[in-house]
Design a protein around this ligand. Structure first.
Ligand SMILES: NC(=O)c1ccc[n+]([C@@H]2O[C@H](COP(=O)([O-])OP(=O)(O)OC[C@H]3O[C@@H](n4cnc5c(N)ncnc54)[C@H](OP(=O)(O)O)[C@@H]3O)[C@@H](O)[C@H]2O)c1
Length: 256
């Protein structure tokens, strides 16, 4: 599990530990990861952690080496780590900020998945869980690059699922809706126009994910409304979709 220290990743780790799973957890913040290890040790069947900056290729390879050295290799890879970057128009965004988003959400994600498929193949059954977003196939003004990385994850997951169908490795693409984690605060998004009923707790999202994992699902939305809006959103004409999404939830800070 990547991005285990906070938000959705932390809640999924807790949920899996409570279900008696063995866990190999990685996160960016070493101290936070150590605290999580202490918290989950009494529940999990087994537990080991290793901090890594997944935006850095060398740290990714060190993590892969650590995973290869485990007595029991992982049978599920949960690609959860992801950042949004700074909320604002694409034109006003810093290139360095957008590069960080792509480095983690796309390059880190691809590299880890590529390195772990041979390891998953050694297991009786393997699963790759990719965390996309309910908005992954819809416009995301203000976080256009982030939105595009999530579209990438969804598209890539579908192609990989085709390539791996008929093998012992299943691919599940999970699309969370708005979730109350530090993600939005870090992006400095104004969430006041997002109706409360659309925002879910990370615990609820984690329960849905673990249930879908057990059910053998492959394409999952965290809740009914997220699934409905994602499916309806791509059906409406492009011109209407652009008008609707321009100011649906938020205004760009640099438009004033
Ligand atoms: N919150 C939402 O509304 C929402 C909606 C749809 C999809 N998602 C997706 O859900 C996933 C989890 O997000 P979240 O909401 O739980 O946000 P979060 O609390 O900010 O979690 C992001 C996770 O990514 C990790 N991370 C960040 N930079 C990293 C790096 N360089 N190397 C390794 N790990 C790094 C963080 O680790 P540390 O904690 O150690 O820094 C953290 O555990 C993301 O992929 C996000 O795109 C979120």
């Amino acid at each position: 599990m990547t991005g285990a220290c906070s938000g959705i990743g932390r809640a999924v780790s807790v949920e899996l530990a409570r279900n008696g799973c063995g866990l190999l957890l990685t996160g960016f913040e070493a101290e936070e990861l150590a605290r999580l290890e202490v918290e989950l040790k009494p529940f999990a069947a087994s537990l080991a952690t290793k901090a890594a900056d997944l935006a850095d290729a060398r740290e990714r390879m060190a993590l892969v080496g650590w995973l290869r050295d485990q007595s029991t290799p992982p049978d599920i890879l949960i690609n959860n780590a992801g950042i949004g970057g700074r909320f604002g128009s694409f034109a006003a965004s810093e290139m360095a900020d957008m590069e960080k988003v792509v480095a983690l959400n796309v390059l880190g994600f691809l590299h880890l998945t590529h390195e772990l498929i041979p390891l998953l193949r050694t297991r009786p059954e393997g699963c790759i869980v990719n965390i996309s977003s309910g908005i992954g196939r819809l416009p995301y003004p203000g976080l256009a690059v982030y939105g595009a990385t999530k579209a990438f994850i969804s598209s890539f997951s579908e192609s990989l699922a085709c390539e791996l169908s008929g093998t012992r490795i299943r691919v599940m693409c999970f699309h969370p809706g708005f979730t109350s984690t530090g993600f939005m605060a870090r992006s400095a998004m104004d969430m006041r126009r997002v109706p409360r009923f659309l925002v879910h707790s990370p615990e609820r999202v984690a329960q849905r994910l673990v249930k879908a994992l057990r059910a053998g699902s492959r394409w999952v939305y965290s809740d009914v409304l997220t699934g409905l809006s994602a499916r309806l959103g791509i059906l409406i004409p492009h011109r209407l979709r652009v008008r609707l999404f321009k100011n649906l939830f938020w205004e760009l800070p640099d438009e004033h």
